[in-house]
Design a protein around this ligand. Structure first.
Ligand SMILES: Cc1cc2nc3c(=O)[nH]c(=O)nc-3n(C[C@H](O)[C@H](O)[C@H](O)COP(=O)(O)OP(=O)(O)OC[C@H]3O[C@@H](n4cnc5c(N)ncnc54)[C@H](O)[C@@H]3O)c2cc1C
Length: 456
């Protein structure tokens, strides 16, 4: 690629903060609240016009808050979901046992906006990209932001990288892992379908339990409103036009929401996409939209209850399941998770099955954990090697590709956000690095904020 040397410019300073959170998505919005509640003056910088990231991008299904016996995700994520539930935004509020919590993403975005309004010490700047960092030696001391007003600087004592893609870490020159795109989980543009006769869909599947592949995918976990993962059996014996034939064996998950006549379509949009490459992302947006309409055609013609259904909305951007992950002192593996491993520097405990989206876009492999068990998320898989002033939270922690499906779940990203927000706030207030914080103090503040820790 040709290059051009950008001339140096004097930039205005937007402000000075104790903690700056890059990305106000699933993890970042909770990190912001947790940091502010721990007493730090906090700024959240978000590239979109709303908080919520993938959680607000029409997801509507948050993997379990429980370990199949007890509730394990508590703290701010639970307080948040209870408020969404109170205004009718949760379909199945069994936070201990249900495999998925089905929620309405619009109510979810409204409630998080309210929570930000209520929090003193907390500001958000929407429609703004974190575009670079400023460092003193190995320590990040500021960010350069880019938005309608041009480029500005914000100074901070600690930073939380919740961009999903570790953008801030990349600008800081931190070591990260990015698999070759052929090995990455596929991406999906989530869509909402309106005009669905949900009762008819329910009756169709209730009368044909042999179609339900939940045993394979959920290991028999209780579910509400999830209809199926692939349409192979449903389409048996049906001749499809050649361009739609691939959909027979494609990953297509659909489920109901708390809203009447509405379902969400979560299907593979494109494969072999590097979520940090603008050209790849652009291709993914394009192809996913075509695939969604192709799938809709199949639903309309062949699946009872969808005759009059239509795509009512698509997410603000294609959803990336995996991209740059931090290199920390510990990397989560499938064994660590399946063995419900505990760590002395835990920021939260969690359980969800290992859901591995096979890179060819056609299927998922699930491994379910034992009921009543949970693993810890250690601080050490959130702290980048050789860089100070930054902690990550969200799908960009240090984790193997075949294990990421569990910790990247919405409920756990929120919990990790809470852990990172508190750690950054305490370090900023004490004028130390997170690594130097006495764990006891971090744990005390997290327990004060109602975070649950599983005992060994
Ligand atoms: C298609 C798809 C389906 C999924 N299905 C489920 C499911 O059913 N259940 C479940 O529990 N989990 C599911 N997941 C996983 C889960 O939704 C995500 O792993 C989780 O939401 C990621 O949270 P995060 O905070 O790391 O990232 P996000 O929620 O994506 O947040 C990142 C935020 O950073 C912002 N941002 C990015 N770059 C910058 C920048 N440079 N400057 C400023 N802001 C920036 C983004 O706009 C975004 O708001 C799914 C994921 C995908 C992609």
């Amino acid at each position: 690629m040709n290059t051009y040397v950008e001339p140096a410019k004097e930039l205005p300073v937007y402000g000075e903060y104790d903690v700056i959170v890059a990305g106000g998505g699933t993890a970042g919005m909770i990190a912001g609240i947790a940091s502010a509640r721990a007493g730090a003056r906090t700024l959240v910088v978000e590239r979109l016009g709303s908080l919520g990231g993938q959680l607000g991008g029409f997801m509507n299904t948050a993997w379990t808050f429980g370990d199949q016996v007890h509730q394990v995700v508590k703290g701010i994520p639970y307080e948040y979901f209870k408020r969404v539930e109170e205004i009718g935004g949760v379909e199945n509020p069994d936070y201990a046992k249900d495999a998925y919590i089905l929620y309405d993403s619009e109510r979810a975005k409204y409630v998080i906006t309210q929570m930000f309004e209520e929090e003193k010490n907390l500001e958000v700047l929407y429609l703004t990209m974190v575009a670079d960092v400023i460092k003193e030696g190995n320590k990040v001391t500021g960010i350069i932001m880019e938005n309608k007003s041009g480029r500005q600087v914000a100074w901070g004592k600690q930073f939380v990288d919740c961009t999903g893609d570790s953008d801030l870490l990349e600008f800081a020159g931190a070591e990260f892992e990015l698999l070759s795109k052929e090995r990455l989980h596929p991406v999906s543009l989530i869509a909402k379908m309106g005009g669905v006769d949900v009762e008819k869909v329910r009756e169709y599947y209730a009368a044909r339990p042999e179609l339900w592949k939940g045993e394979k995918y959920l290991g028999g976990l209780p579910h509400a409103g999830i209809y199926n993962y692939r349409l192979h059996e449903e389409l048996e014996g049906i001749e499809l036009p050649e361009e739609l034939e691939y959909l027979r064996d494609w990953f297509i998950l659909f489920y109901s929401t708390p809203n009447p006549g509405e379902m969400v379509l979560n299907m593979t949009g494109e494969i072999a996409i590097d979520g940090t490459d603008a050209k790849d992302l652009s291709r993914a947006e394009h192809t996913s939209r075509i695939r969604l309409y192709q799938a809709m055609e199949v639903f309309n013609k062949y699946i009872p209850g969808f005759e009059k259904a239509y795509i009512s909305a698509t997410a603000p951007a294609v959803g990336v399941r995996e991209s740059r992950k931090v290199v920390g002192d510990i990397k989560l593996t499938a064994d660590i998770i399946m063995n419900a491993t505990k760590f002395p520097d835990a920021v939260c405990s969690y359980q969800a099955p290992l859901g591995y989206h096979i890179p060819d876009g056609k299927d998922i492999e699930f491994r379910r954990m034992e009921p009543g068990t949970a693993y810890d998320i250690p601080l050490r898989c959130m702290l980048p090697k050789a860089i100070d002033g930054v902690i990550v939270a969200g799908r960009n922690i240090a984790v193997e590709t075949d294990a990421i499906g569990s910790p990247r779940s919405i409920s756990n990203c929120m919990s990790m956000g809470q852990g990172a927000g508190v750690a950054a706030a305490l370090a900023a207030q004490k004028g130390v690095e997170i690594r130097q914080l006495p764990y006891k103090e971090l744990r005390e503040e997290l327990e004060k904020q109602n975070v649950y820790f599983a005992r060994s």
